[in-house]
Design a protein around this ligand. Structure first.
Ligand code: PEP
Length: 253
């Protein structure tokens, strides 16, 4: 774990108004540690990203997009270009979030296209896996290759994979108030790391960060982040509050 820097990402979804964005950033900007200690990111709607890049210019906080299109440019009204996000100074992008898969029909195929588009443009993808691994049985674990991981990363090279973060977010835990137990989260993260080892190599798999997401709060974060294969958290509701976000970052340290 020592080669992987912890990563705490807030996902605001569509819950903030302009004034709240500025207030929040003012509260957290100078309070987060340097990225060499804990990386921090905030995912927000596209309409706020330019302001956020400017407001975090002197802060270690990374600006994260919540989605991206798979074409760099062209006639795709209403979509957001990965090239434009990178040009704006956005660092990371969430790809394949459970809500995108559920409400906007994202599939493993479009998730893969978006991962490739992000990497091609120098954006770092945070790839969401919502497969319910709590149902995996011992015999299935003998041949893991977690399907969503393999599908999302098809065509991602050994050079590119270092820029990918995986977020394991079981559907039943997101926004439900019922987080996975630390043991369940660890078991899933371990299966994902085994899959990465199969797809790349064990030493590469050791370097890739795996986050857990799903009803993380200041009461369960320490146990979850204490697990051997969990390198951070992706947090919706609890991270809407700047104080709680800072507490989660402190726990990650
Ligand atoms: C999320 O949307 O990524 C998430 C984990 O939400 P919550 O923390 O509210 O469950």
């Amino acid at each position: 774990k020592n080669c992987r820097i912890p990563f705490v990402v807030a996902n605001w979804k569509i819950n903030k108004l302009k004034g709240q964005v500025f207030d929040y950033l003012e509260k957290v900007n100078q309070q987060v540690p340097d990225s060499s200690v804990v990386e921090t990111g905030i995912a927000a709607q596209d309409i706020f990203l330019a302001d956020m890049v400017r407001e975090t210019e002197n802060s270690p906080i990374h600006v994260v997009a919540e989605n991206v299109h798979w074409q760099d440019a062209g006639a795709y009204t209403g979509e957001t270009s990965p090239r434009a996000l990178a040009d704006l100074g956005v660092t990371y992008v969430l790809i394949g979030h459970f809500e995108r898969r559920k409400f906007f029909n994202e599939t493993d195929a479009t998730v893969n296209l978006k991962v490739m588009a992000a990497l091609r443009n120098g954006l770092k993808p945070i790839v969401d896996i919502d497969e319910d691994m709590s149902v995996y049985t011992q015999s299935m674990e003998a041949q893991p290759a977690v399907a969503q991981v393999a599908a999302a990363l098809a065509g991602v090279s050994v050079d590119q994979i270092r820029n990918v973060t995986i977020a394991y977010e079981p559907t039943w835990a997101i926004g439900s108030g019922e987080a996975a137990s630390a043991q369940q989260a660890q078991k899933a993260a371990q299966l994902i790391r085994q899959t990465l080892a199969q797809l790349y190599s064990p030493s590469i798999a050791e370097k890739i960060r795996i986050l857990y997401g799903g009803s993380v709060d200041i009461n369960n974060a320490a146990q979850i982040m204490g697990q051997a294969d969990i390198d951070g958290v992706l947090v919706g509701r609890a991270a809407l509050d700047p104080e709680q976000f800072l507490s989660l970052v402190a726990i990650a340290q």
